[in-house]
Design a protein around this ligand. Structure first.
Ligand code: PLP
Length: 428
């Protein structure tokens, strides 16, 4: 289907055929959901051994009774796992509760209100009295944006490239504007494009702390650190680069087992310099007497080593891969030889990012919804829900069965084609 060279007659014929196909889908009782990046029930079942795994032994390796209060940093064996996932020393990581997003929100709140230098309250971002700004690579993760919005932090977008955020743009912005206090990053299988940041990008991000204004902090959300579909792929170690540049205070890392074990009842990790962690611990200690150490112990028994974690993730990959392949096959068949859409074929993570022709994302999402296929709202992958090109759509195929993904994708590609042909007809 080549819209550019098509005559008006051809366009009209395609429109009629596609409308018939679309209407036939609308008449079927379909309810499919490609919205959130959640594990499927089969994936969750891979971790059911968590349940009852303690068998009455609640003592951590150093003899701590995990049932009792205390231990704000988390138990040692859980921190060891976090240290390995995030590539830091044991003293640079805490194991916490069920959600890394909670840790991100709290860290941003702490940096803004109290500062990450425990001995210097003027290190708080708000103490400058100026607007606080954050860099957001786009498309990106909607919940990062809502954290900024809630805390009144202005977002500035930079484009994602195949090697990570456009670092020339990031460096230029930071040099020109000292109100920029940080940057969101999902460095491995970036949500939603699936990009893995190149070594050079990681190195340049680690260096930002030396060119930015005071108290600059990168929020490094490594949510998909071990979520490979085709074998484990390492990411360059940002903390090692920071050590060489003396910028250890300029990065806070996050991860969790949410999409490794049971989503919503896993263990989250926060890693940074010992000095940043001291400020975070000071505030955490006001919020809680300690994290859920029993759950941490359960996880440590299920994943005693990093290798056991990777083995477990290979089982996730076996379940996820056919769903991702199905999406890619539909996209290739429908758009491989035309310019109606482009996409990234992610090697891990939870999403496939699809770019339709400009001006069509909202229309496609609406057409799909009316035919029974729920997609993430258009614009959700941009700050303030505003995709300036209105062309990015995030596809999350993990939850539906393979048959459902197949059916949903048949409808999706029909919606993309129909919207594209109607747009071409309007312009003809
Ligand atoms: C990039 C990213 N970060 C964080 C989260 C949420 O993690 P958690 O469940 O640990 O709060 C998600 C969930 O989809 C995500 O995609």
């Amino acid at each position: 289907m080549n819209l550019q060279n098509a005559s008006t007659e051809e366009l009209r014929q395609w429109e009629a055929d596609l409308s018939n196909e679309y209407n036939s889908y609308c008449q079927q009782p379909i309810a499919l959901d490609l919205t959130r990046g959640k594990p499927s029930a089969d994936q969750l079942s891979l971790s059911d051994a968590l349940d009852g795994s303690l068998k009455g032994n609640y003592l951590s390796a150093n003899g701590t009774d995990t049932r009792n209060y205390g231990g704000l940093e988390g138990i040692k064996e859980a921190r060891e796992l976090g240290a390995e996932v995030l590539g830091v020393k044991l003293s640079e990581v805490f194991a916490q509760g069920n959600s890394s997003l909670t840790l991100m929100f709290h860290s941003m709140l702490i940096a803004k209100e109290f500062g990450l230098n425990i001995d210097d309250s003027t290190s708080a971002w708000k103490s400058s009295g100026e607007t606080i700004k954050f860099i957001c690579p786009v498309p990106g993760y909607d919940r990062h944006y809502t954290v900024c919005e809630k805390l009144g932090i202005e977002m500035i977008t930079v484009p994602m490239t195949p090697t990570g955020p456009d670092m020339d743009a990031v460096e230029a912005l930071i040099k020109a504007d000292s109100q920029i206090k940080g940057m969101w990053c999902v460095p491995k299988y970036s949500n939603p494009t699936g990009t893995i940041y190149s070594d050079e990008t990681v190195e340049r991000i680690a260096k930002l702390g030396s060119i930015a204004g005071d108290n600059f902090c990168v929020f490094w959300d490594n949510a998909y650190a071990v979520h490979d579909l085709n074998g484990f792929k390492p990411l360059a170690n940002i903390m090692e680069y920071c050590r060489t540049f003396g910028t250890e205070n300029s990065v806070i890392q996050f991860a969790s087992t949410s999409k490794i074990s049971h989503a919503g009842s896993g263990v989250a990790f926060i890693a940074s310099s010992e000095s940043n962690l001291a400020a975070i611990k000071d505030a955490l200690g006001v919020m809680t007497i300690g994290p859920d150490k029993v759950n941490q112990l359960r996880h440590s028994r299920l994943f005693p080593t990093f290798d056991s974690l990777i083995e477990h993730m290979n089982k996730h990959a076996e379940l996820l891969k056919p769903r991702f392949s199905c999406v890619l096959e539909h996209l290739n068949n429908a758009f491989g030889d035309n310019d109606l859409g482009s996409w990234e074929s992610a090697d891990g993570g939870y999403f496939i990012s699809f770019d339709a022709k400009p001006g069509l994302a909202k229309k496609i999402v609406k057409l799909a919804a009316d035919a029974g296929v729920k997609l993430t709202p258009a614009g959700a992958t941009f700050p303030y829900g505003n995709d300036p090109q209105d062309n990015n759509i995030r596809i999350a195929p993990s939850v539906p069965s393979l048959e459902e993904v197949d059916q949903a994708m048949k409808i999706f590609v029909t919606c993309v084609k129909l919207a594209s042909v109607q747009q071409a007809l309007e312009a003809a």
